[in-house]
Design a protein around this ligand. Sequence first.
Ligand SMILES: *Cc1c(COP(=O)(O)O)cnc(C)c1O
Length: 354
Amino acid sequence: MKDLLHKDTKFLAVIKANAYGHGLLQIAKLLEPYVDFFGVHSAQEAYTLLKSGIDCQILILGPVFSHQLPILNPARVHLTCSTLHLIEALHNNGFSFPLHLKVETGTYRQGFVLEDLEKALKKIKEYGLPLVGLSTHFANIEDTLDHSYAKEQLRKYKEIKNLVEKKIGKLQFYHTACSAAVLLFPETHFSLVRSGISIYGYWPSRETKLSWQYKFGEDGPQLKPVLSWKTLLSEIKWVKKGEYIGYGCTYKTTRKTKLGVLPIGYYDGYDRKLSNKGIVLIKGQRAPVLGRVCMNLLMVDLTDIEDVSVGDVVYLIGEEGEEKVTADTLADLAQTINYEILSRISISVPRIVI
Ligand SMILES: *Cc1c(COP(=O)(O)O)cnc(C)c1O
């Protein structure tokens, strides 16, 4: 990812949502030598990083409330600011965190509209708060091959950037790019990029991958997922033809079936929408989920797989032999996106760095 950047562009690794399910501290420790910033969502996540001894600048991307300010260290933590409320809270409590103003360009999530931005700049000047960055976020850069909406957002951002520079002067950090923008549009990089999903080896979307291949050819650089999610086969039993499997009797065996039971369920983040749809790997072969995913258990069809025993490793996400099941596979089956599949792997599942 860093090879795609101009040498002066800084890299922020987005490790919110437990590093997209990969483990906040495990990933932070691995990435620390290579990145300039960590991006987290909340004050709690920033606090966890601060306490861990990991030594890197942190930008909080989400909202921060005034009661959370005292737990944060202004020498290490930058704040995203998109409300006049936060500016007043910082001033009233005497806090001086480096601020990144987030501006509205068409996503309508966080971001100052122009009128409030002018008020914010005035207050920041008046209160002498340290303004270091200006950011925005794209609404429609992953889900389409038509990037005209993103280009219009970029145009608006540049206009606002000029305005801010006229009023305040040049800032240190200008940033707009998420993974898709980092991969596809160098003109969005400015002095800092914020990359999440792609640092874990996943494409932001099929469209981003297609656009990338169109640009660099099928032999261009590829992304490779870094996470496997494993469990152990906990029970095997034969079920005769015509029996129902699991809650709601949603699956009826069509043959004598060798059933496997796995100690994993929706509590652990295995989506219940994968009932009768999910695929797991065992002995390098695909085994379909039978019946509903339970809270802590699920059942799979092992009839066509030989030599399986209790205690065998089962991949919920991973690669074994010729077969693989990725977060994209599960996302397609559960009608969601790889981001959700990954980030919902429960915090209770141990993360082991290999
Ligand atoms: C989550 C997030 C990102 C990262 O997006 P990816 O598509 O995962 O690269 C970047 N910027 C902001 C503001 C975010 O909230």
